[in-house]
Design a protein around this ligand. Structure first.
Ligand SMILES: CC(C)(COP(=O)(O)OP(=O)(O)OC[C@H]1O[C@@H](n2cnc3c(N)ncnc32)[C@H](O)[C@@H]1OP(=O)(O)O)[C@@H](O)C(=O)NCCC(=O)NCCS
Length: 215
């Protein structure tokens, strides 16, 4: 069973979310299949769900593609003039895709709500602003990690080689129990116009995404 939702954000930006029970590996294009042919079954299934989700997002923007290949760094290769990002875990995949010419970077991350290893949490929380209010909510323990992974994916390749998620300073604003915003206040995103959002998906997952625009 496949359950997919599409949300359209301002102008030409689509967020697609897909849950599945069972595999969608058979839906991979042969060239995509080659990319994971030697991977473990769990990885192949996750990869396939990510590709399906991204293709659904592209379709919703009127940009159907047969295959989404990948760069040497592992990032998906998007159609000309399109930015996007994929994340997946345990039967859930999300993809954010934009054809808005003003958007220069897109990143998304989804995580199961489970505690971060204490040393990782401490390293990130120490660099965060306005984090204390959220830290008491167990479902949000992974927020600093999820937000940074989304931000990292939105960086251009050269910046990815220079900047680490552990060097990012992040600030958060809670909108309600289920969602909020974040801003990256260091590195190349510091001066870039960007919007970061986080949302809980049910009680089990946490998602963060970021859109970076021309300053
Ligand atoms: C690349 C990275 C962000 C992937 O995140 P993840 O939480 O492991 O996995 P997710 O499911 O969220 O995302 C995986 C997807 O990210 C995308 N991705 C992989 N590398 C990417 C990159 N360099 N840029 C953008 N997107 C990338 C791919 O679509 C991948 O899925 P696919 O292989 O099925 O296509 C992560 O592994 C990483 O390296 N982060 C930290 C980088 C860092 O700062 N390191 C230094 C100190 S720890």
């Amino acid at each position: 069973m496949i359950y997919s939702t599409i949300a359209k954000y301002e102008r030409s930006t689509v967020l697609c979310r897909t849950h599945t029970v069972g595999t969608v590996e058979h839906l991979l294009h042969p060239l995509e299949h080659e990319l994971v042919s030697t991977s473990a079954i769990r990885r192949r299934q996750s990869f396939a769900l990510g590709r399906l989700t991204a293709k659904n997002a592209l379709l919703a923007l009127g940009q159907p593609v047969d295959a989404i290949l990948r760069t040497p760094a592992g990032a998906p290769v998007w159609p000309e003039a399109t930015r996007g990002s994929i994340s997946h875990c345990d039967g859930l995949a999300v993809a954010l895709v934009s054809t808005d010419a003003a958007i220069t970077g897109v990143g998304i991350d989804v995580e199961v709500c489970r505690p971060l290893p204490p040393h990782v949490k401490a390293a990130m929380a120490a660099r965060d602003f306005e984090y204390d209010e959220l830290i008491g909510t167990p479902d949000l323990h992974r927020l600093p990690f999820t937000a940074r992974e989304a931000a990292f994916k939105a960086l251009p390749p050269a910046a990815q080689r220079r900047e680490s998620v552990l060097d990012m300073d992040v600030s958060y604003q809670t909108l309600n129990e289920w969602s909020g915003e974040f801003r990256v206040r260091s590195g190349s995103l510091r001066s870039a116009k960007h919007v970061g959002r986080w949302e809980r998906i049910g009680e089990s997952h946490l998602m963060a995404w970021i859109l970076v625009a021309d300053s």
